[in-house]
Write a protein that binds this ligand. Structure first.
Ligand code: 6XA
Ligand code: ZN
Length: 343
């Protein structure tokens, strides 16, 4: 399996994450990918290449122009305002406020264009987000050209990003870009399966009204887990998208016996949907020792999950999402890939 990866990810390395009322070193940090690269090499998955330049047209087609302009210029505007720290949202359009009027001031704009305040934006964030999207685009192009699968080692991740909001460490929705690219390349129906611990609210939001892209997510129940305000089982799609969204929220302490049941149900739905291509949002934070999650999957479970995904026999692009148990992020991510290849 070919791997697409850009060193440009290093340009996104905020010093601060707001967590539990403190500023901590972000869980989503550059060293995560070193562990994945190390494990890929250890296991002989050594065909690792840098993507070509990002293709902006699909990003512009997916995202709100004001949002892209914000991402590109936020750092400069923040500095011009005289703020000393990193770009962090502190003000949000809440219930019964003007939720569709972007303010002029950057302090207001950052809240308008975000869904949470843990994620800081820095000088190199835009470049890193574009390089992450470029890896996803290159992986998709590789599979569209005939390869059976590819791994986009994306950083920063993407599944929380909507067409007009960042948050949950995500800026551009890589998995959604891959799904749209498959559609453009002629796949009539595409499925996205999100196995990250957190609900893929961004991906769901982008395709909620669409019947051609099926979205399924296995995640911590929204009553208990970030992003808290989306991811319930009764969110099934709207309009022509009705029936093309499937959420599998699960409770604290969920282990592989229950999780794999949800996986099998999601895979059966994808098969029944008639997907011609598959995108996997590959987070490994369902792992038992993940510092910010509450599922109980163990390393071999990721291998088995990969096998089950591989049994669909679909052209597949894996996009890296979360996973913060730093020593195991590589083992678990690569286990999914090896299981898939083994199926
Ligand atoms: C913020 C938690 C963000 C989780 C981001 C993530 N308190 N998403 O891993 O998959
Ligand atoms: Zn996650």
């Amino acid at each position: 399996m070919k791997v697409f990866f850009s060193e440009e990810h290093r340009r996104h390395f905020p010093q601060a994450e707001l967590c539990g009322g403190e500023f901590v070193t972000p869980f989503e940090r550059p060293s995560r990918v070193e562990y994945v690269l190390g494990r890929l090499n250890e296991q002989g998955l050594t065909d690792i290449v840098a993507p070509g330049p990002v293709d902006m047209a699909p990003i512009r087609a997916m995202c709100d122009p004001g949002y892209l302009d914000f991402l590109e210029n936020a750092w400069d505007e923040w500095k011009a305002e005289g703020f000393a720290g990193e770009v962090i949202a502190a003000n949000f359009p809440a219930r019964r406020m003007q939720i569709f009027r972007p303010p002029r001031n950057i302090d207001g704009k950052v809240g308008y264009y975000s869904l949470a305040s843990e994620t800081a934006l820095t000088n190199g964030t835009w470049a890193a987000a574009l390089s992450s999207a470029a890896s996803a685009q290159a992986a998709q192009a590789h599979v569209a050209a005939g390869a059976k699968s590819a791994f986009a080692l994306c950083r920063p991740p993407g599944h929380h990003a909507t067409a007009d909001m960042f948050g949950g460490y995500c800026f551009l929705n890589n998995a959604a870009l891959v799904a749209e690219a498959f559609r453009r390349d002629g796949a009539g129906r595409v499925a996205i399966l999100d196995i990250d611990f957190h609900h893929g609210n961004g991906t769901q939001d982008i395709f909620f009204g669409r019947g051609d892209v099926f979205f399924a997510s296995l995640h911590g129940a929204p009553e208990d887990a970030f992003p808290y305000f989306l991811g319930y089982a009764d969110e099934t799609g709207i309009g022509t998208g009705e029936g093309a969204n499937a959420n599998y929220p699960m409770l604290p302490g969920t282990a592989y016996d229950v999780w794999s049941g949800a996986l099998d149900t999601a895979l059966a739905r994808i098969r029944a949907f008639g997907a011609e291509a598959l995108v996997i949002s590959l987070g490994t934070d369902a792992y038992k020792d993940d510092p910010i999650s509450f599922f109980k999957l163990d390393c071999p479970d990721f291998l088995d999950a990969g096998r089950r995904i591989g049994s669909l026999g679909l052209p597949t692009v894996f996009c890296m999402e979360g996973g913060y148990a730093i020593e195991q992020v590589g083992i678990n991510a690569v286990n999914v890939l090896e299981g898939f290849l083994d199926a």
